[in-house]
Design a protein around this ligand. Structure first.
Ligand code: FE
Ligand code: FE
Ligand code: ZN
Length: 277
């Protein structure tokens, strides 16, 4: 069965997101854990979280994805910025325990002239200090387009992080279709090869979730501009093959396309119509 959903606003709480998801035909969704600018988060409403868990189970919802603020930089050269990432991510993970068994996705960060090796070291030490073996949430590293000095632009860079994290049972990968395409992985003409390469380098058992986006830019552009499904350079045919691929078809798939709720509803319908049950 297709597990498909979209990015939703968290401003009205968990239960509201669950209801919104159901209203657009989604059985998963993603949300930002807090305002990316200013990093403020409202106090967690534990009653809302409890009601959501109940509602979501009753509606056979799949795993959901919390997204860390994309303005965090876990591998900044500035110690204060790294400490802020640590503080926010450990607080987010503590909150996620109220909706247990789901995913927490983050961008590895930008090393900004320090080099991949130094940046990777910072990311690894952050993860080693915040991931606890008893936590119920799995942390996901997002595959990046390689804009500027972003770490995670290749499967090898993601693997280099995973390899050094002690509690790797609570660490996995979220594959963003726009990002890997912009990063140079040709999912239009060589989908099998790309996913085989992911398997060879990281292992498909580490792939837990997918961001499904078309791209405004061309293969290898390293740009990261999402386009609506079927309207970009990946295109409907490649997206159809992508969501039906055996490595992808059973994972939670989240849309981050430039859409309002109604647009998401239409894309979800479209994707369900091309999914081969
Ligand atoms: Fe992201
Ligand atoms: Fe993404
Ligand atoms: Zn993106």
């Amino acid at each position: 069965m297709l597990t498909i959903g979209c990015h939703l606003s968290a401003s009205k709480g968990f239960l509201n997101m669950g209801k919104e998801a159901v209203s657009v035909g989604a059985n998963t969704f993603q949300f930002f854990t807090r305002n990316p600018r200013g990093f403020k988060a409202k106090d967690l409403d534990t009653e809302d979280a409890r009601k959501f868990v109940e509602f979501w189970e009753a509606n056979s919802g799949g795993k959901i994805v919390a997204h860390a603020p994309y303005t965090l930089n876990a591998c900044s050269a500035d110690e204060k910025t790294r400490k802020l990432a640590h503080m926010i991510m450990s607080d987010d993970l503590a909150r996620m325990e109220y909706v247990p068994g789901n995913y927490y996705n983050f961008h590895p960060g930008s090393h900004v002239k320090q080099g991949v090796e130094v940046g990777t070291g910072y990311i690894v030490s952050l993860l080693n200090s915040i991931i606890k073996p008893e936590q119920k949430t799995t942390v996901l590293l997002e595959t990046m387009a390689g804009k500027g000095s972003e770490i995670g632009r290749s499967f090898e860079e993601i693997k280099a992080i995973i390899d050094r994290v002690e509690c790797s049972a609570k660490l996995g990968v979220c594959m963003d279709s726009c990002h890997i395409f912009d990063g140079g992985y040709d999912i239009v003409n060589k989908l099998d090869e790309v996913l085989e390469e992911f398997d060879k380098v990281i292992g498909l058992d580490k792939l837990y979730a997918v961001h499904l986006n078309d791209s405004k830019n061309i293969l290898g552009s390293h740009k990261d501009r999402h386009e609506c499904i079927g309207q970009g350079n990946i295109g409907m045919d490649a997206i159809t093959e992508f969501i039906n691929h055996k490595a992808i078809r059973d994972l939670p798939i989240v849309l981050e396309t430039p859409n309002d709720l109604d647009g998401y509803k239409k894309e979800i319908e479209l994707l369900k119509s091309v999914y081969r049950e």
